[in-house]
Write a protein that binds this ligand. Structure first.
Ligand code: FAD
Length: 353
């Protein structure tokens, strides 16, 4: 698929929108605010199940020191504050959905579709996709991809699929420990594998796991996966190299791995935009891409002098909002107004009388 091609994307319930924002990181969230001030409603789509992009996913507890007027602000706190700020404009969130298709229509609007089946027709699109769509880190052993979603899983869609099964669960974070605890007793056999003695998960969860091991209800192995065993097209087990160097063969019907998420450019690379070092080229007056009506802000864009900072994304969102307002209503001049004194902006914000 390319933005150069036109045509509509399938059938089904379609959401018609003035603006669809791809990405709920700080730039995408602030874009909804800036559009809201100008009276434009937006939909925000993100692969993650929560807003906040890198701030929420990669460093929620770390302090940020370069947000204007906030000498120090926790990364998750910044996301919470942005969510509070955009509340008056009620942007509609579509979380846990990756936009995998973006295509111009013959009527000048854009078709968008997500992997989860949502469809949009948007008059304008803002790509605020950061470093890309957050994807689970894979197991990293040869042949595992063949069994992905059948017997090798990076998320749990339906817990019942694992009841009465032999499971191997990898990982040392909260997701891994939560599923180890939840599925012990429901699986016929459960082995938990983690590469080192330290865990990222909550100490209470680690203590509970150790208690289950002591009670003989599950097994814990310290090591890493080195291979997959299969027979007649079905996965039959995994090979684990223990930290002492010995190899252990573990029989399994399903392997679940929770190694966290990392951003991957993903479908955006196939949309036909001019890219430079995995970023979309934009102009610095409107933050528009080479396709009129599609804008790009935040870490995903590039232009001479670009700095991948939250502050830059905020500035870009403000200018893109004015450009989008003009694009949606070319006949209407968009005047600069101050939130301090503009009755119409204050009405939109719900703050005047
Ligand atoms: C450890 C660390 C510390 C940092 N500290 C600072 C700091 O002190 N100050 C500072 O200014 N910056 C800092 N940064 C950088 C800052 O976090 C980024 O500049 C900022 O997050 C960019 O915001 P964004 O909204 O453009 O993108 P992101 O935060 O990356 O959000 C993009 C979102 O788009 C989603 N997405 C992508 N593709 C799709 C798709 N196809 N469909 C649906 N959703 C999609 C992703 O899942 C993601 O949630 C730091 C970064 C890191 C990693």
């Amino acid at each position: 698929m390319s933005v150069a091609e036109t045509g509509s994307i399938g059938a089904g319930a379609v959401i018609e929108a003035d603006a669809v924002i791809i990405g709920a990181g700080p730039a995408g969230l602030f874009q909804a605010f800036e559009l809201g001030l100008l009276g434009i409603k937006s939909h925000i789509v993100d692969t993650l199940k929560h807003p906040g992009g890198q701030c929420a996913e990669l460093y929620p507890d770390k302090p940020i020191y370069d947000i204007p007027a906030l000498p120090v602000c926790g990364a998750q706190e910044l996301v919470d504050r942005l969510m509070e700020q955009i509340k008056p404009f009620g942007p509609q969130f579509h979380l846990g959905e990756e936009v995998n298709e973006l295509r111009p229509r013959e009527d000048g609007r854009f078709d968008l579709a997500t992997g989860a089946g949502s469809r949009f027709i948007a008059r304008a699109v803002v790509i605020a996709a950061g470093l890309g769509s957050f994807q689970p880190r894979r197991l990293g052993v040869e042949g595992a991809d063949v069994f992905e979603d059948r017997q090798v899983h990076y998320r749990v869609r339906n817990t019942a699929d694992f009841h009465g099964q032999r499971l191997v669960i990898f990982g040392g974070g909260d997701s891994a420990l939560d599923w180890v605890i939840d599925l012990t007793g429901k699986a016929t056999n459960l082995v938990h594998v983690h590469r080192r003695p330290e865990f990222k998960a909550a100490p209470a969860s680690v203590a509970r796991m150790r208690q289950l091991v002591a009670e003989g209800r599950m097994t814990y192995v310290e090591g890493i996966a080195t291979g997959i065993r299969s027979q007649d097209g079905r996965l039959t087990g995994v090979t684990v190299k223990r930290t002492d160097g010995t190899l252990e063969q573990i029989d399994a019907d399903h392997v679940l791995a929770f190694f966290g998420l990392h951003p991957k450019l993903g479908p955006i690379a196939e949309w036909g935009f001019e890219l430079e070092k995995k970023a979309i080229k934009v102009d610095t007056a409107r933050f528009q891409t080479s396709v009129p009506g599609i804008f790009a802000i935040g870490d995903i864009n590039t232009y001479p002098g670009k700095k991948k900072l939250i502050l830059s994304g905020f500035h870009e969102a403000a200018l893109a909002a004015f450009a989008i307002a003009e694009y949606l209503n070319p006949a209407k001049k968009v005047h600069l107004q101050y939130t301090t004194t503009s009755p119409i902006m204050q009405k939109r914000l719900g703050v005047n009388g």
